[in-house]
Design a protein around this ligand. Sequence first.
Ligand code: FAD
Length: 558
Amino acid sequence: MNIFDSKNRSQLLAGIIQEEYDLLVIGGGATGAGIALDAASRGMKTLLVEKGDFASGTSSKSTKLIHGGLRYLKQFEIALVREVGRERAVVHKLAPHLVVNEKMLLPLIKDGTYGKMMTALGLMVYDVLAGVESEDQRVMLSKKETIKQEPLLKEDILEGSGLYAEYRTDDARLSIEVMKTAATYGAHCLNYVEVRDFVYTDERVSGALCHDYLSGQDLSLKAKQVVSAAGPWVDELRAKNDSLEGKHLFLSKGVHIVLPHERFPLRQSVYFDMPDGRMVFAIPRGKITYVGTTDTQYFGDKNNPRTNIEDVEYLLHGTNLIFPNLALSLADVQSSWAGLRPLIHEEGKSASEISRKDEIFISPTDLISIAGGKLTGYRKMAERVVDVVAKRLDKKYDLKFKKCFTQEIVIKGGGFNNSAAVIAFSEQLAQTLAKYAIDPYQARYLVHNYGQQTTEIMKIFEQMEQKDTEGLALAELEFTLKNEMVHTAMDFFSRRTGRIYFDIQSIRELQESVLSKLKAYFAWDEERFTAEKAEVERSVFEASNFPPRHETENIPSL
Ligand code: FAD
């Protein structure tokens, strides 16, 4: 049975409640996905449950970089930079269509924080720590070369720049593909199932009481070991387990704004200083350029962090200082997203000073929680957690499992020899689509999102009567229904396709046909259909309209 086929859900659910799993993972973000793959591939009987859609938490709201975190060098986080820096090349190799090379330009600004020498030294250390191949190592550019590389930069404030290697991804797609890969090793994964409490046997956690939002059922799940990878919700689950003591989470909100490429025609990703010394990225991607991120302590609803007008003004102001000819304004911002970093509180430190290191907590009743960390480090974080789980299962149940080998497991859609093979595949697809007068953008979009699986989408498309861009999107929808557990319109428009961020206009154009197809596929009644339509409209509105911060957050007075 293909467990990721939306129509197999009831059958999957019926089996799940009968089983006792070796491991129950709570949370279907990048961390939980990584743990599910690591555990299942070592031979553990693994179940993952996610209260919303997969990757609906932080793992669809990041800067979408697989990066070593250059700025953490400033904080002397050498071990962190070394680990995530090295992971970049590993994850790129496992999914070169989804984790793509992205050169980053670091402009040197007159009277800026760091001079040429310090920057050159910093970038050299970064390359060495991350073990970057010689052909990919940083180069320092003169003022003239910098302007050639990115003509939008303000020439008179420039002294030169550093150009160094990073990678770009789609965080939600990466999380989902890792989960689908876990399923090929026998893991079971379910979205829309929330853990509401724990079950105990002899004062040890032995399962979880859950609610399934789609069927309305309450479920009792059994597992020898439970791991919480609940991101910003980790402390809530620790509280349910009566183990919220000592270290706790500090939530920091990060916002990105999206501008149409015509208004911000950036050629080259740029990492630049804001007036307050923070650094932000401007990243061109298909039809848009996005800018982010902010870093502010968060006091609102964890399920729906919003982009506020203050966030937008901050990012626009800093961007206009370095790209003044653009004169960007609020009217240019077409979409946005806001995510929460689940950081581990450190007394006296501000949001941007707190370490991004991950940490494992083990409660007296054996609940394992993992918090902190980076998307980039998901595989190594998973390895550490599953090592702990394997040791405990061995000690308590005499169960033996393999060692971690996820560095060799190709992620679904991967299987390309290198980036050149991805480009060749995309160009070939563009030629096929040209026969139907479909823009080559769609070929790049599909190949970067689905990799080799694009062939399956094309098979569906070939059988359809409607041979245009809308038909192609409907073929994509059918693929995600059958292979990616799509249950709502926003599952498709947000976590599967990223359209809400990178192509919001396409939602306005496709909304009717996508909703009609979903209605027919799931036999929705009018009430469900109307609710889904309202949810799409709300999501589009919230991504592109910005209330003041005090309306969305309960900021404590000092
Ligand atoms: P999440 O993605 O939040 O997943 C936790 C999941 O648990 C959620 O989906 C939630 O719904 C689910 N859950 C919670 N409670 C329950 C429950 N009771 N039952 C079932 N499910 C539950 N990292 C990088 O490497 N590169 C970047 O460019 C980058 N940029 C970032 C920019 C921003 C603005 C932010 C906020 C973070 C960024 N990060 C980046 C960090 C990275 O995004 C996170 O470290 C990572 O996504 C966290 O993943 P996670 O799985 O731990 O948490």
